[in-house]
Design a binder for this molecule. Structure first.
Ligand SMILES: NC(=O)c1ccc[n+]([C@@H]2O[C@H](COP(=O)([O-])OP(=O)(O)OC[C@H]3O[C@@H](n4cnc5c(N)ncnc54)[C@H](OP(=O)(O)O)[C@@H]3O)[C@@H](O)[C@H]2O)c1
Length: 253
């Protein structure tokens, strides 16, 4: 129970996110008390119902749209007033999709950047405020291998995730004197509903090539959750400002 009495906010905690659900299950299994953030209450209720039952934890739901950037600071303040200061954050909510250059529209840029980057920056800002996180807190942004490698048709998603790897470095320096750590976990393709959709779109031959580009095989949601648990927990106490790739070797080649 490495995370007993730790209070952690997880964004993208809706049950239909394979990764968000695995992260919540993993953190709750280690004793953490979770704030589950997403837009749909019913999808958060579903996650709550799938967490390991434990008498002394009181997970709670936080239905909120993170593209309301002006409201993030107030939302975190209210959660702290009700549930106490935070020991951790996992920002997993994201906007994913395709944005080929030929058909790019200006409003697509904010669609990707508001949620994937600006909400992350505003969450870090809120967690940096006096009394809102405890010393020793660990803040994690879920990035992507796409942020470190070109991907045809996905320039906005990739760039929004690349920005997170930069954000954690500066934030880590700014928050180190408060003993707050900031890191990024960057998966490549992860098994689950999103990967299944991608395989269906690509067809057999291209799917096999994509799988082969991950020499250790594609990661599971649990592999991502294990990396998050490591960076949230005490065994990474001297690690800050880094990106931990969970990519089956995708970026090594
Ligand atoms: N799946 C992959 O293969 C893969 C690979 C590399 C990186 N990643 C990263 O891993 C993370 C999880 O990926 P995922 O595919 O499981 O989930 P996702 O579809 O990217 O997002 C997870 C959840 O975020 C919530 N969300 C969306 N917009 C929101 C908003 N405006 N405000 C608050 N919550 C919002 C949604 O729940 P509601 O609809 O209830 O709000 C959604 O279920 C993401 O950061 C993704 O970029 C995924």
């Amino acid at each position: 129970m490495l995370l007993a009495n730790k209070h952690i906010l997880v964004t993208g905690a809706s049950a239909d996110s394979d990764i968000g659900l695995a992260i919540c299950h993993s953190l709750a299994s280690q004793g953490a008390k979770l704030g589950l953030l997403g837009r749909r209450s019913e999808a958060l209720e579903k996650t709550l119902s799938l967490l390991p039952a434990k008498a002394d934890t009181s997970h709670y739901l936080c239905p909120f749209d993170l593209t309301q950037l002006d409201g993030i600071s107030e939302q975190i303040k209210r959660l702290v007033e009700t549930h106490g200061a935070f020991d951790g954050l996992v920002h997993s909510a994201s906007f994913q999709g395709y944005s080929p250059l030929k058909t790019l529209k200006p409003q697509q840029i904010s669609q990707y950047f508001d949620l994937n980057f600006a909400a992350a920056a505003m969450l870090l800002s809120a967690f940096a405020k006096q009394q809102q996180s405890r010393p020793g807190a660990s803040l994690i942004l879920i990035g992507s291998a796409a942020g470190q490698k070109g991907l045809k048709g996905r320039c906005l998603y990739a760039a929004s995730k690349a920005a997170l790897a930069s954000l954690v470095k500066s934030a880590a320096l700014e928050l180190a004197d408060k003993q707050i750590r900031v890191n990024c976990v960057a998966p490549a393709l992860v098994s689950g509903s999103k990967a299944d959709k991608q395989f269906a779109m690509l067809g057999e031959q291209q799917s096999q090539a994509l799988i082969a580009a991950h020499p250790l095989g594609i990661a599971s949601p649990q592999d991502v959750a294990d990396a998050v648990s490591f960076l949230i927990g005490p065994h990474s106490r001297k690690i800050t400002g880094t990106t931990l790739n969970v990519d089956g070797g995708f970026l090594a080649g």
